[in-house]
Design a protein around this ligand. Structure first.
Ligand SMILES: *Cc1c(COP(=O)(O)O)cnc(C)c1O
Length: 230
């Protein structure tokens, strides 16, 4: 079966509107990112034609091949785990990095961004579930990392990102989304200079409506747009 990317996107937009209405939010406060890992450039272009303005990739090697081929009509967001020795490849490809989980990585991003006259938006990735297999830092250490990253001139802290444990019931994600939002509010209250805490990157194909109810500002949707990954 062919996947009709443009009708998938319209359907998601309707679901964003409905979930926003239910929770008294302006649907424009929720940005839809199309997660295009493993998706070929022709199909990514279809998503762009259907109005997508944010694209997410997970793997550096794949991004190095695809992003130059597609260009920068949309904002590119790095959402996968990032090794420090790969940072030199990503600073010119991506506008946002969602997976900053250690100071060493932030320092390297700052250094390479500076060398390339770039300024990158970053989110701090937090492991709110404490699951060992998950990337992201401990919630208790997030404020201290934000303070340290706030001193780096070429990267701007914009908020937090999380990925809850896999579950087939979207309600199981709710406590983790609530925990991320609470942590965001605590960090905001600390009034660290030179940062913003406006963005919450949370919610994927199976749980984005719950994430909207819990305050997400960026939902990262792959399969509901492009179909099952091979
Ligand atoms: C793959 C991926 C997504 C998208 O997942 P879907 O379930 O296909 O919507 C979102 N965020 C991250 C970090 C991912 O790795």
């Amino acid at each position: 079966m062919e996947t009709d990317i443009s009708s998938n996107i319209s359907l998601i937009r309707q679901r964003i509107e409905a979930a926003s209405a239910r929770s008294g939010r302006d649907p424009r406060s929720v940005r839809l990112m199309a997660v295009s890992k493993t998706v070929a450039p022709e199909r990514i272009r279809e998503a762009l034609e259907a109005g997508i303005t944010l694209l997410g990739e997970n793997y550096v090697q794949e991004a190095r091949e695809k992003i130059p081929a597609i260009g920068h009509a949309a904002e590119w967001h790095m959402i996968g785990h990032l090794q420090t020795n790969k940072v030199k490849y990503v600073v010119n490809l991506f506008d946002w990095i969602h997976s900053v989980d250690r100071l060493e990585l932030a320092r390297e991003l700052d250094k390479r961004a500076g060398q390339n006259n770039r300024r990158l938006n970053v989110l701090i990735e937090v492991n709110v579930s404490g699951e060992e297999s998950k990337n992201g830092m401990e919630p208790d250490a997030a404020l201290e990392l934000v303070r340290q990253v706030s001193l780096l001139p070429n990267i701007s802290v914009r908020g937090l990102m999380t990925m809850p444990p896999y579950s087939d019931n979207p309600e199981n994600s709710r406590p983790y989304f609530q925990a991320l939002r609470k942590l965001r509010d605590e960090i905001s209250a600390a009034a660290v200079p030179n940062i913003r805490m406006d963005e919450l990157s949370m919610g994927m194909t199976d749980d984005f409506e719950v994430a909207i109810e819990e305050g997400t500002t960026i939902i990262r949707v792959g399969r509901a747009i492009f179909g099952k990954r091979l």
